[in-house]
Design a protein around this ligand. Structure first.
Ligand code: SF4
Length: 317
């Protein structure tokens, strides 16, 4: 029998499911138990096909907009958050709805409202078109939130009053890129107010730090996650910026390019906040089938965050 080549697999920790994703998935499962199928879900509950398909098999129906849902079935809003107009419309139609917006996204919504109430115009750092950005911008009237994606964008915005500004951020951005954008905002608008650093959540920050800790000692990095998952894509960028040129996003093991893996001695594995651990194990097993694998856990933080599901799902009946 041919001998397998040795390979060290550095497993980043923390990785995978965060508290907000865990809660959102539980909300759909508990809603299905409480009200039976079908339960409608506006937008992918979390950005992972495997998770979405599992819930679809149990009776969840995924739609993009509320007008695709019937009045008489419950609807759940995804973890990314929704513009204010969405729950308002659900209320008008007297629908049962459960909001699975991550509490850390809701916290940013509250910040935006507080600044708006104080008469400040907002600058949001985030990615155009991402559902979280649409949801957060949709907390305030049109024109009240200016979006910037890059340092260059900062020079292009034209606020109503440069002295009356606040900033907020998407929760799943690159910590380093965002620091540069915040610095550019503060340089152009010295009076701008905002959070102590940014609004990037603990899970995003921790997953990026774990990748930085392994990137310098690996020949390749695989990030398990979906192409529409912002935090997963940032992990790939962080891996490259921290010195691992071959950093790739894979949805699951069958997407690994084994030709690119030829001759490597070490690989790093992590997973975005919406990727379940079963997909991580699948990737490790795929390496074990081809290499003599030694797994080394690289843990840079421990997480014990947990969010409660909304009361309506905890109450009987
Ligand atoms: S990545 Fe952060 S903000 Fe998004 S759901 Fe997870 S904990 Fe919440």
């Amino acid at each position: 029998m041919e001998q397998k080549a040795p390979l060290t697999l550095y497993l980043a920790a923390p990785r995978g499911f965060c508290a907000g994703v865990d809660r959102a998935v539980k909300i759909v499962e508990m809603a299905l138990q409480k009200w039976g199928a079908p339960v409608y879900v506006r937008h992918e509950i979390v950005h992972n096909k495997f998770v979405v398909e599992g819930l679809r098999d149990k009776g969840a129906v995924f739609v993009e907009e509320l007008d695709e849902c019937p009045d008489d079935r419950p609807v759940i809003f995804s973890a990314h958050g929704v513009p204010k107009s969405v729950p308002a419309e659900a209320r008008r139609r007297e629908m049962i709805f459960v909001d699975a917006t991550c509490p850390l996204v809701s916290k940013v919504h509250v910040e935006a409202e507080r600044h708006h109430a104080a008469g400040l115009q907002m600058v949001m750092i985030g990615h155009a078109g991402h559902p979280e950005v649409l949801g957060t911008m949709g907390q305030l009237p049109e024109g009240e939130v200016l979006l910037v994606e890059t340092v260059e964008d900062v020079t292009g915005i034209a606020p109503r009053d440069p002295a009356r500004l606040a900033f907020i951020t998407q929760t799943t951005l690159s910590v380093d890129d965002t620091a540069a954008i915040v610095a550019a905002l503060q340089a152009r608008f010295p009076a701008i107010v905002g959070p102590a650093k940014e609004d990037i959540c603990y899970a995003t920050t921790n997953r990026q730090a774990a990748v930085k800790a392994i990137a310098g000692r690996i020949d390749a990095l695989l990030v398990i996650g979906a192409p529409n998952s912002s935090n997963s894509r940032r992990l790939v960028e962080v891996g490259r910026a921290a010195g691992c040129d071959y950093s790739q996003l894979v949805m699951r093991a069958d997407q690994i390019d084994w030709r690119a893996m030829q001759g490597i001695r070490s690989v790093g594995v992590t997973a975005g906040a919406s990727a379940p651990e079963v997909l991580v194990n699948e990737v490790i097993d795929a390496f074990r089938a081809r290499y003599d694998v030694t797994v080394e856990l690289v843990e840079t933080a421990r997480e014990n965050v947990e969010f409660k599901v909304p009361r309506v799902l905890r109450e009987p009946g």
